[in-house]
Each structure stands twice: as structure tokens, then as C-alpha cells.
Design a protein around this ligand. Structure first.
Ligand SMILES: [Ca+2]
Length: 82
């Protein structure tokens, strides 16, 4: 019985450890998000990393409405999952 508890505990710990990077909605750095290194983050670049983000949500961070996020706009971005 004790062994079973240990095994379950181990499985839970391993699952939490392996799943956490996927669950981590921690924001990536501007450089990491700017895949094509053009100095802007497009909706497509955000979508690749955060598929839960739709265009409408993306646009709430695009303060100057140019369709991309600059470094300052990216600072305010908050990842969200669907
Ligand atoms: Ca912009």
C-alpha cells in the first residue's frame, strides 16, 4: 500500500513537472517572439506561441493600431490561454 502511494506521488510529481512548461503562460521575451527579427511582433508571431490569443485580443495591445507590437506594446502584453 505504501509503495502504491509512493508510485502515485511520483507519477503526480513527474506529470506536474513535465506539463508545467506547456502550462507556463509566462511571457516570452521580445527577442524570442520576434521570429523574423524585423523589430515588430505580428499577430502570427504571437499566435504561434500563444494559440489562445485571437486577433481582437492582440489588437488591445496594439496601441498605435499599426497591426504589430513594438517593444513597449509587448511589455503590456499578457498571455492568455483559451
Ligand atoms: Ca503597434
Amino acid at each position: 500500500m505504501q509503495r502504491l502511494v509512493m508510485i502515485i506521488g511520483l507519477v503526480v510529481a513527474l506529470t506536474a513537472w513535465s506539463v508545467s512548461p506547456g502550462l507556463a503562460l509566462a511571457k516570452r521575451s521580445f527577442a524570442a517572439m520576434d521570429k523574423d527579427h524585423d523589430g515588430w511582433i505580428s499577430f502570427e508571431e504571437v499566435f504561434v506561441t500563444y494559440p489562445g490569443v485571437d486577433e481582437e485580443y492582440f489588437e488591445t495591445f496594439d496601441k498605435n493600431r499599426d497591426g504589430v507590437l513594438d517593444a513597449n506594446e509587448w511589455k503590456r502584453f499578457v498571455p492568455r490561454s483559451r
